[in-house]
Write a protein that binds this ligand. Structure first.
Ligand code: EPU
Length: 338
């Protein structure tokens, strides 16, 4: 087992935060993962996946395990569906492209989401009207308490909006090893109603879209709003959209009748945090190298050499200002490593 020391994590997190890991191991097999967990005389373990949903605020005095498990296997299929097992270290967008090439439907709306497949169930990734849970058959996770592999059904994952069992009760105990997806081979269920997809398809002159057409539209929309982490460090949406009760919503909408909103249930309303942040005047603002993206206020960016603490200070400034202006609390979606 190759244990590296004092490794810069800058290339391993999409925010591009330059902190070091005291110890670092690249994990290519489940066997290595078990061995790394059993090693004696090393500090606490820190599990690193695609690094696309975290903000590092200091050097890690830990043994970082970089999950680089690879492979895709069709575990079963019939005339209409395919069940695909994907190892945790596979890049999500590369996987989406791979499924599109084979005309397997289900992932097209989730094109271009940064990160690895193993992280997808943890925060139930989603975009343009589709969430991971809609195509999820189950996942395999290693129990750090006894090294056994456990299968999780969709119910056991307790998926919510950018939320799951792994973010709550299961936090810190399980390491995602593989994800099994249930995709369509025929009669793809197309989701084109969300946001700008229909107008983008119309712009491309597409009347009867294929899953590739939808993916193309989603990629174009995302590219127009969201920064490419290779060019500008970021972690996608830094905050979750707040969901408020009917009473809070009533008071809010009376004062701000033009605010965009979605009803999520009888008494629950979702208000886009991007709108709230933009109204507070933060869109495109820059404080040193920490900034708010100019095209989507929900995204915080690293213009170059921002530290995790500077990004975090900006996040607090935004949360305070939104609470003061709208009496609504917004919460980070990104995992903050403090
Ligand atoms: N808006 C503003 N100003 C902004 C940003 C948004 O006024 O700066 C308004 C928009 O005009 C629109 C509404 O807010 O009326 C919603 O905006 P958008 O469709 O861009 O989506 P979002 O709610 O801001 C969510 C996800 C994104 C996902 C998109 C599309 C969360 C936290 N974010 O953003 O996910 O791509 O919908 O489905 O739910 C991510 O999680 O990293 C991510 C990028």
């Amino acid at each position: 087992m190759n244990i590296l020391q004092n490794i810069s994590l800058e290339p391993y997190n999409t925010f591009g935060i330059a902190v070091n890991a005291r110890f670092f191991i690249q994990i290519n097999h489940v066997k290595e993962l078990r061995e790394a967990l059993e090693l004696k005389g090393y500090p606490e373990r820190f599990i690193l996946g695609g690094g696309s949903n975290m903000l590092l605020t200091h050097n890690l005095e830990a043994l970082v395990l970089h999950i680089d498990l690879r492979g895709k296997t069709i575990v079963s299929e019939n005339d209409t569906q395919v069940f695909l097992k994907v190892m945790a270290g596979e890049n999500w967008h590369q996987l989406v492209l791979w499924t599109l090439e084979r005309d397997y439907g289900g992932l097209e709306n989730m094109s271009l989401i940064p990160g690895n497949t193993g992280t997808a169930p943890i925060q139930n990734i989603g975009a343009y009207g589709v969430e991971l849970k809609d195509v999820f058959e189950g996942c395999e996770a290693l129990d750090t308490q006894d090294g056994s592999l456990r299968w999780f059904t969709p119910e056991e994952c307790e998926f919510g909006y950018r939320d799951s069992y792994f973010k709550n009760r299961g936090k810190g105990r399980y390491i995602l090893v593989s994800v099994t997806l249930k995709l369509t081979k025929v009669h793809h269920k197309l989701n084109t109603s969300y946001g700008a997809i229909e107008s983008e398809l119309a712009r491309n002159g597409v009347k009867e879209p294929s899953i590739k057409d939808i993916a193309k539209a989603v990629i174009a929309i995302r590219k127009s709003k969201l920064p490419d982490p290779e060019i500008l460090g970021n972690s996608g949406s830094f905050f979750k959209n707040p969901v408020v009760d009917g009473k809070t919503f009533g008071q809010f909408i009376k004062k701000h009748p033009d605010a965009p909103h979605y009803r999520v249930s009888k008494d629950r309303f979702k208000i886009p945090a991007g709108w709230l942040i933009e109204q507070c005047g933060f869109k495109g603002k820059r404080y040193g190298d920490a900034g708010v993206h100019s095209k989507q206020a929900l995204v915080l960016v690293n213009h170059g050499k921002a530290t995790g603490r500077e990004i975090l200070a900006l996040a607090h400034k935004i949360m305070d200002q939104v609470r003061e202006t709208f009496a609504i609390a917004i919460q980070p979606e990104v995992n903050i490593i403090e």
